[in-house]
Design a protein around this ligand. Structure first.
Ligand SMILES: Cc1cc2nc3c(=O)[nH]c(=O)nc-3n(C[C@H](O)[C@H](O)[C@H](O)COP(=O)(O)OP(=O)(O)OC[C@H]3O[C@@H](n4cnc5c(N)ncnc54)[C@H](O)[C@@H]3O)c2cc1C
Length: 390
């Protein structure tokens, strides 16, 4: 059997893409990178889903009921420390039209929903425990040879996994950097003092985000240098540090779970090589500082799906060069802006250099005063402008 798409990966990007393509009647083969008998333990990671991403997913998957239980995020407050005096500089983003900015949802819940959905779709074949060994562009599609020797033929191959270095077989170069940072992902129970508000503090140890996902629960994401002493603190010491930083935001903090995630920067210079397209973190793995990694991938997926269905309806094949070029050109700028923007932002706002700190504070004060500038940041973070343009 020949497929329209073979997709390799088992992250959220691969799942959303397979689900939407199969739902729209394309023949899909999803090859996962799950190892037999080795189920991934559930993660405590949460995702700030912008209102644009939320509305898009809800419109495409109308039975996605669980979004409604999460509280609305109506404001995001950012705070920068002064290195000399213990003074803070703050900026608050909210939507002038009183629309919400987004919601914070648990990754495991989104993944579970997608897993259940995919299993029920007819035109999707799922292959577990048999990853690709070789990928090759052929004249009218892609030949994917799995470890077992089985060959899959498709018009397009969507690569969405970094598990096996299949990307080395592509004619695509990557900018990669180990950020030598780890993100502590801590789920807490606490008394949250500001409802419907996410908070990010740029501490001298690294950015610390407070992401509330229920009345009494929140996730803390603290990005730290790999040699930071905070990474080796015990729970009691960690709670003390968190309470010090978040004393105006939370009280009665209890840690539920802690995970560590190595942070890596990846930017693919091209999103495709002939009939092979990169989707998700493999195309752009960005710093969690702006909470935009998955939102960026959802924008990619939304445009990809729109172009595939539009051009199929007028008789084009999914690997038509014109269609794929249109996709790549239209996603390049946004992807580059977020990838390199978040990279720089992390450097600037977490810097211990007096001059950089002074300039950053001036910049924040200015941005806070110029309403059109603030609106540009907010519009971009909500994804509204992009999704309306689809
Ligand atoms: C701490 C943290 C907080 C975040 N917060 C937000 C947020 O608020 N908002 C937002 O939009 N995004 C956020 N992100 C980014 C978001 O989680 C990712 O963009 C999203 O999960 C990517 O999914 P993916 O399917 O593209 O890629 P991945 O999750 O990377 O999965 C792709 C595939 O690669 C494999 N894989 C991944 N890493 C490895 C590895 N090291 N070794 C072997 N195989 C691997 C997986 O098995 C999977 O099949 C955050 C990320 C982190 C680390």
């Amino acid at each position: 059997m020949r497929y329209d798409f073979t997709i390799f990966g088992s992250g959220i990007s691969a799942k959303i893409t397979s689900c939407l393509l199969a739902r729209d009647g394309f023949k899909v083969c999803l090859v996962t990178d799950k190892k037999q008998g080795l189920e991934k333990p559930p993660t405590n990671l949460v995702t700030f889903l912008s209102v644009g991403s939320l509305n898009y997913l809800s419109s495409q998957l109308p039975d996605i009921a669980f979004f409604s239980k999460y509280p609305e995020i109506r404001a995001i407050k950012c705070q920068l420390n002064d290195l000399n005096k213990n003074r803070h500089q703050s900026i608050k983003f909210n939507n002038e039209s009183n629309e919400i900015l987004g919601k914070i949802v648990k990754n495991t819940e989104l993944e579970q929903y997608l897993d259940n959905k995919i299993i029920k779709l007819n035109n999707i074949n799922i292959i577990n425990s048999n990853p690709p060994a070789h990928v090759e562009n052929i004249t009218d599609g892609v030949k994917l040879t799995l470890k077992s020797g089985e060959v899959l033929l498709s018009d397009l191959f969507l690569l969405s996994s970094s598990q096996i270095d299949i990307s080395k077989q592509l004619e695509i170069s990557f900018i990669e950097q180990d950020l030598k940072q780890q993100a502590l992902s801590i789920s807490i129970k606490a008394n949250l003092l500001h409802k419907n508000c996410a908070f990010q503090k740029f501490t001298s140890d690294g950015p610390l985000a407070l992401l509330p996902y229920s009345d009494k629960e929140a996730s803390i994401v603290w990005s730290l240098n790999s040699n930071s002493e905070i990474l080796i603190k015990n729970n009691e010491e960690l709670i003390n540090s968190i309470n010090d930083h978040l004393q105006k935001e939370i009280t009665s903090t209890k840690i539920i779970s802690i995970e560590k995630h190595n942070l890596k920067f990846v930017y693919a210079k091209r999103l495709r090589s002939k009939n092979i397209v990169l989707l998700g973190n493999i195309a752009h793995n960005i710093h969690p500082i702006a909470g935009q990694g998955l939102n960026l991938s959802i924008k990619d997926i939304a445009l990809f799906l729109k172009l595939m269905t539009k051009y199929r309806s007028i008789g084009y094949r999914v690997n038509n060069n014109v269609v794929l070029e249109e996709y790549e050109i239209n996603r390049k700028l946004d992807n580059a802006a977020y990838s390199f923007g978040t990279f720089l932002l992390n450097d600037i706002l977490s810097s211990n250099n007096q001059l950089i700190n002074f300039t950053a504070r001036k910049g924040i004060r200015l941005a806070d005063k110029i309403r059109p500038l603030k609106r540009i940041f907010t519009d971009s973070a909500t994804g509204n402008k992009f999704f309306r343009s689809l």
